[in-house]
Design a protein around this ligand. Structure first.
Ligand SMILES: Nc1ncnc2c1ncn2[C@@H]1O[C@H](COP(=O)(O)OP(=O)(O)O)[C@@H](O)[C@H]1O
Ligand SMILES: [Mg+2]
Length: 369
């Protein structure tokens, strides 16, 4: 068999990626090729800390190179290699902003849409909707990230079925990419049996770090599972993510909407635009198609009317949604035909069609002559 040259070898493995990076290992300069007259060998480098990633890369390389007689191995990057990689993961502008401790999403020219999912109280499905909405947006082709900022109950990593912590590359944090969605959670920094009793300043610093020191790339959409509307975390988030659009989740009983209204009022006090209402647990539909309004009716409409915004979705109660959350197999992925999955995809489409919130731009003010 004719020996492959270096270019041909690289060509064969050009599509091998580290699942947490957007670019191929070859493009990131993480592959060495040694070709002699007697043998050819490929050494791929990965970030230490995830044996799962090393295994995945190893098997992709083997699959492509073993049949053509090229040996492969996977090694962990050393400090110097990590620092070099960190430099490739950011543009010079991104690095400069980070050195100024500027959250990447707060810049006026940043194009990422920030979708804050909020509710007046826990248990209404805020995290379930955040996770499934992020997955629905990613499935429609948007580069999507999700931040779990509800310090009183981190559930996003578990619901996504991935609790692999972020990896550290030089001075950058690379959040895991799960089913195409980049995920950051305060929960990665604390264990879930320990209640968070940090003081405001510590939470503020942690939030800042997890926005600033993270290799986010440039997502089209960033879904934020928001903390309760008042308090330190909400204030910090507003400071770091001033362009957040707020979507309020409520259940359908008319009494619930008053609680939900609080979070909308808090958002408006923070000068965040409230774009719409999401009614969750709207109805239970039996396999036979019979509908039961277990939590009553009308809450979404009452809230939307009070806030002067539309109801953007009504998500039915389904077993598949609940089980998906518990098992880390979100319903939009595991059961795309489930009525809740269908409703969440419709919700995502409506949010996309709403477009960016209008922003006040001083530079666009009409000049008086
Ligand atoms: N539409 C729904 N159908 C069935 N179960 C749901 C639905 N929405 C939420 N749940 C379940 O209700 C519980 C609370 O949801 P969760 O998303 O954690 O709420 P929150 O983040 O508002 O506290 C979870 O067990 C979740 O699976
Ligand atoms: Mg939650």
């Amino acid at each position: 068999m004719a020996r492959l040259d270096e270019a041909a070898i690289l060509e064969r493995i050009r599509d091998v990626t580290d699942p947490d990076f957007d670019a191929s290992l070859v493009a990131l300069g993480l592959v060495d090729v040694e070709v002699s007259r007697r043998a050819a060998r490929v050494i791929a480098h990965v970030v230490p800390g995830s044996s799962g990633v090393a295994d995945a890369v190893r098997s992709s390389l083997r699959e492509r190179l073993e049949p053509v007689g090229v040996e492969t191995s996977v090694e962990f990057l050393d400090e110097e290699g990590l620092q070099r990689l960190a430099e490739r993961l950011e543009t010079p502008q991104q690095r400069a902003a980070r050195e100024r401790r500027e959250p990447p999403f707060s810049r006026a020219e940043a194009s990422t849409r920030i979708l804050g999912v909020s509710s007046g109280k826990g248990g209404v499905g805020k995290s379930s909707i955040s996770v499934n909405l992020a997955l629905a947006l990613a499935a429609s082709g948007a580069r999507t990230a999700i931040i779990d900022a509800d310090v009183y109950g981190f559930s996003v990593p578990k619901m996504l079925g991935e609790e692999r912590p972020p990896r550290v590359v030089g001075d950058l944090i690379v959040p895991p990419r799960v089913r195409g969605v980049r995920v950051m959670s305060l929960g990665f920094f604390v264990d879930d049996a320990t209640p968070v009793i940090w003081r405001g300043p510590m939470l503020h610093a942690t939030l800042q770090q997890f926005l600033v020191d993270v290799a986010w790339g440039e997502p089209d959409d960033l879904v934020v599972d928001m903390p309760p509307g008042t308090g330190d975390v909400a204030l910090s988030l507003q400071e770091f993510l001033p362009r957040t659009e707020v979507y309020v989740v409520t259940t359908p009983q008319p009494a619930a909407q008053r609680v939900a209204q609080r979070s909308a009022i808090a958002a408006r006090k923070l000068k965040l635009p409230v774009r719409g209402v999401i009614e969750n647990m709207s109805e239970f539909v039996t396999d036979g198609g019979q509908r039961y309004a277990i939590f009553g009716r009308g809450g979404g409409d009452v809230l939307a009317a009070a806030l002067g915004v539309p109801v953007l979705g009504r998500i039915p109660l389904t077993m598949a949604l609940r089980e998906g959350g518990d098992e880390g197999e979100p319903v939009v992925v595991a059961h795309p035909q489930d009525p809740a999955a269908v409703a969440i995809r419709e919700l995502a489409a409506r949010i996309v069609s709403l477009g960016h919130a209008r922003r006040y731009r001083a530079d666009l003010r009409i000049q008086s002559r």
